[in-house]
Unconditional design. Structure first.
Length: 220
C-alpha cells in the first residue's frame, strides 16, 4: 500500500486501541451503517455537481468507512485486512475480465455482458437472476435492476398499453420528460395519500416472486 493508505490504517488502529477515541472504539458494523450510506450519497452529490474538490474529500470519507469496517472485522478475524480486501478485488476483476487478462475474444457488447453475468452466476452459485439485487435499494433503483436482470425472461411487468399511451403523450423520450413523468406519478400518489416509494417497492417485491417462480417452472 502507499504511505498515505498505510498511515490511514495506522490512525484507525490507534483510534480503536486502548487509549484511543472512546467513540471510535465503541462503533460496530451496525452503528456505522448509516454513515456508510450517507457518505455514499455525498460522493454521488459531488459527482452530480462535477465538483472535483468535493469529490476528493467525499471519496476520502468513503474510504475511511471501508478502513473502519475492515478494522472492526479484523478484531474478530486477524486475517481480515485491507490488503486482503484489495487482493480479493483484484482477483475478482481478473476473473470477470477474461477478454482482457486471457486470450478470450468478445465480438459484441451483448456477449461481453453475458460472459460477465455467467461468471458471476458461477462464482456466487446463484439460482435466480434476481439474486444479488438487495431489497434495501431505493425502490426506483430496485425496479431498474430487477427489470434489467429479467429482460431475457418471458416475465414482463410492463403495462404496454400504458407505456404506449405515455409515449404518444410525451413524444420524444428525454431525461427531462422522464423526470416530469416520475414527479407526476409522485404527485398523483399523494392525491390518494399513497407513498410512491412504498407502492413501487411493493410491486417489485411481487415481481421478484413472479420471476423466481417462472425460473423454477422453467427448470421443472
Amino acid at each position: 500500500m502507499s504511505e498515505s493508505v498505510d498511515r490511514l490504517v495506522s490512525v484507525m488502529d490507534q483510534l480503536r486501541s486502548p487509549g484511543g477515541c472512546p467513540w471510535d472504539a465503541q462503533q460496530t458494523h451496525e452503528s456505522l451503517a448509516r454513515y456508510l450510506l450517507e457518505e455514499t450519497y455525498e460522493v454521488l452529490e459531488a459527482m452530480d455537481q462535477a465538483d472535483t474538490t468535493a469529490l476528493r474529500e467525499e471519496l476520502g470519507d468513503l474510504l475511511l468507512q471501508v478502513v473502519f469496517h475492515a478494522r472492526i472485522a479484523q478484531e474478530l478475524d486477524p486475517s481480515f485486512t485491507l490488503d486482503e480486501i484489495a487482493s480479493n478485488v483484484v482477483a475478482k476483476l481478473e476473473r470477470r475480465h477474461p477478454h482482457v487478462f486471457t486470450d478470450m475474444e468478445v465480438q459484441t457488447q451483448e456477449q461481453l455482458e453475458e460472459n460477465w453475468a455467467q461468471i458471476k452466476r458461477e462464482e456466487k452459485q446463484r439460482e435466480s437472476v434476481t439474486d444479488g439485487v438487495p431489497n434495501a435499494l431505493p425502490a426506483l433503483q430496485l425496479a431498474t435492476q430487477l427489470l434489467y436482470r429479467s429482460r431475457k425472461l418471458d416475465v414482463e411487468y410492463e403495462n404496454k398499453a400504458l407505456t404506449n399511451a405515455l409515449g404518444e403523450l410525451i413524444g420524444d423520450v428525454t431525461q427531462e420528460k422522464i423526470a416530469e413523468l416520475l414527479v407526476s406519478a409522485v404527485q398523483l400518489a399523494r392525491t390518494q395519500d399513497l407513498d410512491a416509494e412504498s407502492c413501487l417497492r411493493a410491486a417489485m417485491g411481487e415481481y421478484r416472486a413472479v420471476v423466481v417462480a417462472h425460473e423454477l417452472d422453467s427448470r421443472a
